[in-house]
Design a protein around this ligand. Structure first.
Ligand SMILES: [Zn+2]
Length: 265
């Protein structure tokens, strides 16, 4: 049993130990260092989690590590590949995906969750790793290196710290792959990194890391907010609430139902 599994098992047995007055406090969306600790935060976290889960299947379809991957027409450019992903595959995967519940009060940046991720570009609201321009592989936001006030501003676009940390961890996966490529073969790094199957592979790994970090955040909160996992979910250390379960939790007022009523699960 690994540590995370042990912690998760403990959280199933003893949800009341972690009940905490912070749950009742209203969130402060403008504070970039606010932990994800209110039940309203779950809405954004669960939504992003399932968005990632669906997107991972898309990247998987084209990733270099998948020997049965879908092949592009020979000579397809990275641009053409990105058009397929961002204009067809991801919108299709995310079609009719309602938000599980209301977003934390006052958090204005709802477009980020409702609209499909945009193609990287200057107007993009997300982070980007500069992989093709040289060995520094900087992580940037709106074309400025992510540091100091830039990082603070970017963090304030997230509902809470764990959500921002998960996105940063995503970029750090790209950065690591980028640094390795430039260290190993500087003459070919840019063109290797731009091969569609390598882009898809890098995204596949980054989206998995992103999803896993969101999962950790969700699992820390879900039981405090009244998640009633099914039998199957109880036996699965990776389970998180479905959007429907999250909606029901919100409708019940986020009460930790089992604890309050002592009813058997
Ligand atoms: Zn990415």
């Amino acid at each position: 049993m690994n540590l995370r599994r042990a912690a998760f098992a403990a959280s199933l047995l003893l949800p009341w130990l972690s009940m905490d007055s912070a749950l009742a406090q209203s969130p402060h969306p403008s504070d970039p260092n606010r932990e994800c600790e209110t039940c309203e935060d779950l809405c954004a976290l669960v939504d992003q989690y399932w968005q990632k889960e669906l997107g991972i299947k898309v990247w998987q379809k084209y990733a270099a590590s998948n020997t049965l991957r879908t092949m592009l027409r020979p000579g397809s450019s990275l641009n053409q590949f990105e058009k397929i992903i961002y204009e067809q595959e991801l919108p299709k995967a995310w079609k009719d995906r309602p938000l599980p519940c209301k977003l934390a009060e006052g958090w204005q940046n709802t477009n980020r969750l409702q609209a499909p991720l945009q193609q990287p570009g200057p107007e993009d609201t997300g982070l980007e790793t500069k992989a093709f321009q040289g060995p520094s592989c900087n992580i940037v936001w709106r074309n400025a290196k992510l540091e100091g006030d830039i990082e603070k501003h970017w963090r304030s676009t997230h509902v809470c710290k764990g959500s921002a940390d998960a996105e940063l961890a995503h970029e750090q996966v790209h950065q690591k792959i980028c640094l390795q490529a430039w260290a190993q073969d500087p003459a070919n790094a840019a063109s290797d990194l731009a091969q569609p199957e390598n882009v898809a592979e890098s995204e596949l790994q980054a989206w998995k890391r992103h999803r896993n970090q969101l999962r950790d955040q969700i699992q820390r909160l879900a039981h405090k907010c009244g998640w009633q996992p099914t039998k199957g979910q109880k036996n699965d250390p990776n389970a998180v609430p479905t959007p429907t379960q999250t909606k029901k939790m919100e409708e019940r007022g986020w009460h930790a139902f089992q604890v309050l009523t002592s009813s058997p699960p």
